[in-house]
Design a protein around this ligand. Structure first.
Ligand SMILES: *[C@@H]1O[C@H](CO)[C@@H](O)[C@H](O)[C@H]1NC(C)=O
Ligand SMILES: *[C@@H]1O[C@H](CO)[C@@H](O)[C@H](O)[C@H]1NC(C)=O
Ligand SMILES: *[C@@H]1O[C@H](CO)[C@@H](O)[C@H](O)[C@H]1NC(C)=O
Ligand SMILES: *[C@@H]1O[C@H](CO)[C@@H](O)[C@H](O)[C@H]1NC(C)=O
Ligand SMILES: [Cu+2]
Length: 384
């Protein structure tokens, strides 16, 4: 038995039991509806009139599964265009970059240890995905918005997901099966069994694509680390769809916890639960997504080599966006330091800290300017 539709008001009540929420036909849809409602209410109650960006005119990012074949093909074509366009990275710094897609990989490699387990984790990745979406639009003629990978369907059969089914309207299928001993997630603490892939992507649009950078910190057995951080290392894109990771951690229970449950209390508990409790064997939804894709996507540094990275991080961003809309009084707070899991110990991140993006054609921005997706500058988008 499921509850037909939890009323918006009921959802907002902390008294709603977790069990009730989990029985809901679609917790995610209820959260989404409540988030949009809260943003609309906030706007109609706001004293500020005539904002250039509003929840009513913002770009809308959508679920890959809900896009038409034509829309998906337009997105895929634009991503392929980035792979075919010249790099803008400084060759002295990034000798291995060969194309525009590599610039994004290089940016993430360069900053990896100061953008994960830090106070800028959410805002940095929000800006990164935005920069990618902007490049698709401005440099590759894409007219749509950045799609997301909805984690909460096909968790028990990733190969059937419209993101991974290997059709020409997917982001490519699994890797070819190469026997291996699995992967190790969660900063080396959480062993994951091998999926049915492990080799080069076998089907769909990214079959045969050439990667040039990384792996810098490979996590799948048998992968060989590149000799120097930005060296040229041409090879195929490897995937190992790992249902073990998706079915264990991409769960409605975990979604509930970070949006309405104990972990939703403040930005620190939210982002920490989302990023996992590795010492306790809990991968968390962010890392679980990376390891569900597997292969190149499991590398802390060079994970953007797999173009699904951007659909995954759009979903991370969407869950943050939902949390923010459900906690409007805390939406513009941050927590965490400026070093990965505060190692080595460092000061707290501040709203005035600058996010730099080198060759991505984005202006440097303060973290504080990257917290609202409807602030107009630089962002004006919502999710559906
Ligand atoms: C897996 O690990 C075992 C034990 O270390 C080893 O004997 C075996 O060769 C490995 N298999 C592969 C495919 O690497
Ligand atoms: C690293 O360097 C060694 C020795 O120069 C070479 O044999 C190997 O192919 C290189 N590996 C990669 C991944 O570039
Ligand atoms: C919810 O998150 C908190 C951390 O904030 C954690 O202690 C707790 O175990 C989580 N609950 C579930 C059911 O996972
Ligand atoms: C850093 O932030 C934490 C809470 O997120 C706070 O308890 C601590 O006092 C802050 N440290 C400094 C030096 O401001
Ligand atoms: Cu990252």
């Amino acid at each position: 038995m499921y509850i037909h539709s939890i009323s918006a008001a009921a959802l907002a009540l902390v008294s709603l039991t977790q069990a009730a929420a989990l029985q809901a036909r679609d917790l995610l849809q209820d959260l989404q509806d409540q988030a949009l409602q809260n943003l609309q209410d906030a706007e109609s109650n706001s004293a500020v009139t005539k904002r250039s960006c509003s929840v009513f005119n913002a770009e809308v990012r959508r679920d890959w599964a809900w896009m038409s074949s034509k829309e998906r093909k337009a997105y895929i074509k634009a991503v392929q265009c980035l792979f075919a366009s010249p790099s803008k990275s400084d060759p002295a710094k990034v000798p291995g970059a060969r194309n525009r897609f590599d610039d994004f990989v290089a940016q993430h490699i360069d900053q990896a240890i100061s953008i994960h387990g830090t106070g800028n984790f959410l805002s940095w990745h929000r800006y990164f995905v935005f920069g990618y979406e902007k490049a698709l639009r401005e440099e590759c003629g894409y007219m749509g918005s950045q799609p997301y990978w909805n984690w909460f369907t096909h968790q028990d059969n990733l190969r059937a997901s419209p993101v991974f089914d290997g059709s020409d309207t997917s982001m490519g299928g699994d890797g070819a099966f190469v026997p291996h001993n699995g992967s190790v997630g969660g900063a080396g603490l959480i062993p994951l069994p091998s999926g049915e892939g492990g080799g080069c992507i076998e089907s769909g649009p990214f079959k045969g694509v050439q990667l040039n950078l990384g792996p810098v910190s490979p996590t799948m057995a048998g992968e060989v680390k590149v000799n120097s951080t930005f060296a040229y290392n041409p090879r195929c894109l490897k995937r190992d769809l790992t249902t073990f990771a998706s079915s264990n951690w991409l769960t409605l229970e975990n979604l509930y916890n970070v949006t309405l449950g104990a972990a939703s209390a403040n930005i620190a508990t939210f982002q920490n639960e989302l990023q996992g409790r590795f010492a306790q064997g809990f991968l968390g939804m962010h890392a679980a997504g990376h390891f569900a894709i597997g292969g190149d996507a499991g590398d802390l540094f060079s994970s953007p080599n797999d173009p699904v990275f951007f659909l995954h991080h759009a979903m991370v961003d969407r869950v943050w966006w939902i949390w923010q809309a459900l906690h409007l009084d805390q939406a513009k707070t941050i927590a965490g330091t400026i070093t990965i899991d505060n190692n080595p110990p460092s000061r707290n991140a501040s709203l005035d800290d600058i996010i730099h993006t080198d060759s991505l054609n984005l202006d440097d921005r303060k973290i504080g300017d990257l917290l609202g997706t409807l602030d107009g500058t630089p962002f004006c988008y919502t999710y559906l």
